[in-house]
Design a protein around this ligand. Structure first.
Ligand code: GUN
Length: 283
């Protein structure tokens, strides 16, 4: 039987409609949730991402401020800006778009952001709290994946979750979040030997490696839940995931498409984190 398709676009739109109401209720209390996005340099993909974040914020009535700095900006200058934003009580969320130019240390910049405003969930304090299972800002893509699983009523407890990819932004944190929810978690990556042995055992398979159509129906277990985080542009301009959707959907029980899968959920969770930051700062 063909899999249930988890439509991230529809879910994101529903959640954003709820957030729009939440934001207008906060306005009535004199709280104006506000996100500041910092972009250093002119990477076209990054510019398109940050514009998307700005558009989505404005659509739910959230104040959004994009600060664009030249690629020649020094680490010291960027640290100065972050210090200013940390101390600005009208700014609730700070996001510095990655990657940064190579002369700026991403670690130093991420650690300079106040954990109270770390809506990306990348600060070591946020990561540590997440690993400890404490309330914190969760990184947006894995948070979006967990929200999709929950919304579809997919049980995580006791399932074998296999994570393909070990990035700081997706692979590592999604494994921790699934572990916190009592899944048995296996991490696989480019140096994993006999990869198919693990894939065949995955009740939940999360694929985040950035290789078009890497996974086909042959590698997945019957009735697996397949979450595709990949966004790959083919030569003809089309966007596809890391999973061969057409074959995999015939074997999976649930599957996310690309586009309209995980992608729209990432920005949605960023908005959610910013609302949370605004609430916490006004408690
Ligand atoms: N670059 C690609 N994805 C992200 C993200 O989620 N946050 C930031 N800050 N930079 C990114």
């Amino acid at each position: 039987m063909s899999a249930h398709i988890i439509n991230g676009r529809e879910l994101a739109d529903d959640l954003r409609a709820q957030m729009k109401d939440e934001v207008s209720k906060l306005h009535e209390q004199g709280i104006y949730p506000s996100l500041t996005v910092v972009l250093v340099g002119e990477n076209p993909a990054s510019l398109s991402y940050v514009k998307g974040k700005e558009r989505a914020s404005k659509k739910i009535g959230m104040h959004s401020n994009l600060i664009q700095l030249p690629a020649s900006t020094s680490e010291q200058q960027l640290l100065g800006l972050i210090d200013q934003l940390n101390n600005d009580t009208t700014v609730h969320g700070i996001l510095v778009q990655l990657p940064l130019p190579s002369h700026i240390s991403e670690d130093i910049i991420i650690e300079a952001i106040s954990p109270a405003k770390d809506v990306d969930g990348f600060h070591p304090i946020s990561i540590g709290r997440m690993i400890a299972g404490k309330d914190t800002f969760l990184p947006c893509t894995p948070y979006g994946i967990m929200t999709m699983l929950d919304e579809k009523g997919i049980t995580v407890e006791g399932k074998h979750a296999v994570i393909l990819g070990r990035s700081r932004i997706v692979g590592k944190p999604i494994g921790q979040m699934l572990l916190n929810r009592h899944a048995t978690v296996t991490y696989c990556h480019s140096r994993t030997k006999q990869l198919d042995r693990y894939l065949q055992q995955a009740d939940i398979l999360i694929v985040a490696i950035g290789q078009a159509h890497f996974i086909t129906d042959k590698q997945i277990k019957e009735d697996a839940v397949v979450i595709d985080v990949g966004i790959n542009r083919l030569e003809d301009g089309s966007i596809v995931g890391d999973v061969d959707f057409d074959s995999a959907k015939e074997k999976a029980s649930y599957i996310t498409p690309v586009p309209k899968g995980v992608g729209p959920m990432t920005i949605t969770m960023l908005l959610q984190n910013t609302i949370k930051a605004a609430r916490q700062m006004n408690q």
